[in-house]
Design a binder for this molecule. Structure first.
Ligand code: ZN
Length: 446
């Protein structure tokens, strides 16, 4: 049973297509990769026990059938969302149940985050094991394998796990020191300079909410379907080495300044020390090259999340946490594999409105408040992830514009009575791709 009593959607228990109108865009069945291939497991009482930790064989909180029907009637082109019943793929193997029980009693603040502990264990084994081997037997081939394996397998998972653990601490309060572990110890192994993520994301990005020039990673001044503009944006990431300390000085945030200088310092000094002591290959493939790759992933992700910014953000004086402001600022994507490996990261409007909303409740929060979103006609894409959007608009559109706009129109969700045509989708989205004019009002605080 789902947390709210709904049956998990499995191949044996598909969404009730019979109740959907054939004219309804949302009547497409759930994509295969989202469905649990083992219906029997969902009915297994032992599996039900495991589900207390929201693991591999349970569903996340969901709306009830009545609300689902209400949404179908109000928004006939709004598709059903299946992220709540999708298999969790954040880790490859779960810790034994007795370890989870012990951790639940002694380590973890919220049992819904237990899967993070398993993901951490997976990373210790994979990344830690490979790292030790490379340190002992350095070679370019092994180094390249380690870098690419980590980038393909773990970087996205790690960044998003650290992201949600920063917003919503993973460990109990009396184990406060453990909250620094991901950001200060593990991050450089996944290409993120020591201690920087919290300052950059929580203190700066969420506080300044993509506002140019206050948010140092703002996408607003760019033409956001231009590859050249994106490359400039990526290059600016490395200017954070200087701009982040200056940002802290301007705001007289001395603790942040200490963390940034200390973080960058430790990260650079450790690599230098390794090189000087004959571990240059290890330092390059374990820290330097991953930093280049992760900087691209971070900036490409942020660019794609804040690609469609409505010009009204420059003139409206709404609260930075309002639905109107955030619907103009970013987008939601759902029914995609990325939500399964990255803690439902696709619900980015929802995250900016409610940064402390637990990752397991993101689809529920979106669906419960759908009318508040629909009022502002947000950019919402079905069955694609942020990277698909970035690639479509930065790469494909330059050589196949018709194909790119058709793809966008197919995936773009319409909240009105009619589904948008390709031309309508294009004008809706193009308006949000142009550089945002200079602001005329000072933003209201959160
Ligand atoms: Zn965040």
């Amino acid at each position: 049973m789902g947390v709210h009593g709904a049956e998990p959607l499995t191949k044996a228990n598909p969404p009730d297509k019979a109740t959907m109108s054939s004219a309804t865009f949302g009547c497409k069945p759930a994509p295969d990769h989202l469905l649990d291939p083992s219906a029997a497991r969902a009915a297994d009482p032992a599996a039900g026990k495991q589900s207390v930790y929201l693991g591999l064989d349970t569903t996340l909180p969901d709306i009830d059938t009545e609300r689902r029907e209400e949404i179908r009637k109000k928004y006939p082109h709004f598709p059903d969302i299946y992220d709540q019943s999708a298999l969790r793929r954040e880790c490859l193997f779960r810790l034994p149940r007795w370890v989870e029980d012990w951790a639940n009693a002694n380590l973890i603040r919220d049992s819904r985050d237990m899967i993070m502990l398993s993901t951490l264990a997976n990373m210790f084994v994979c990344t830690g094991g490979l790292s030790v081997v490379l340190f002992l037997f350095p070679s370019h081939k092994l180094g390249l394998f380690l870098t690419l394996f980590n980038a393909g397998m773990w970087v996205q998972r790690f960044i998003l796990m650290m992201h949600y653990a920063e917003h919503y601490p993973l460990f109990k309060a009396d184990l406060g020191f453990l909250r620094y572990f991901m950001c200060w110890v593990m991050a450089p192994f996944y290409g993120i300079p020591t201690g920087i993520y919290r300052t950059h994301h929580i203190m700066m990005h969420h506080k300044e909410n993509n506002m140019f020039e206050k948010d140092l990673s703002s996408t607003e001044p760019y033409q956001r379907d231009s590859l050249v503009h994106f490359l400039h944006y990526w290059a600016m990431f490395w200017c954070l080495l200087f701009k982040l300390p200056l940002w802290a000085i301007r705001r007289q945030q001395w603790k942040i300044l200490r963390d940034v200088v200390l973080g960058f310092g430790i990260w650079a000094f450790a690599q230098l020390l390794l090189k000087q002591n004959g571990h240059g290959i290890y330092a390059f493939y374990q820290f330097t090259l991953p930093a280049l790759i992760s900087s691209f992933a971070l900036m490409f992700g942020n660019w794609s999340q804040h690609m469609f910014v409505h010009p009204l953000v420059a003139t409206c004086d709404d609260l930075l946490s309002s639905y109107r402001y955030n619907c103009a600022l970013t987008l939601n994507v759902f029914n995609h594999f990325d939500n399964q490996v990255a803690f439902n990261d696709g619900y980015h409007i929802t995250h900016h409105i409610h940064p402390s909303c637990h990752w397991t409740e993101m689809p529920l929060s979106f669906l419960k408040n759908l009318e508040k979103y629909a009022e502002h006609d947000p950019v919402v894409f079905d069955r694609c992830g942020f990277f698909d959007i970035g690639l479509n608009f930065l790469i494909r559109k330059s050589f196949d514009p018709d194909g790119a706009w058709s793809w966008a129109a197919e995936h773009l969700v319409s909240f009105g009575p009619e589904k948008r045509s390709v031309a309508e989708a294009r004008s809706f989205l193009e308006e949000r791709l142009t550089p945002i004019p200079e602001r005329t009002v000072e933003k209201a605080p959160k």
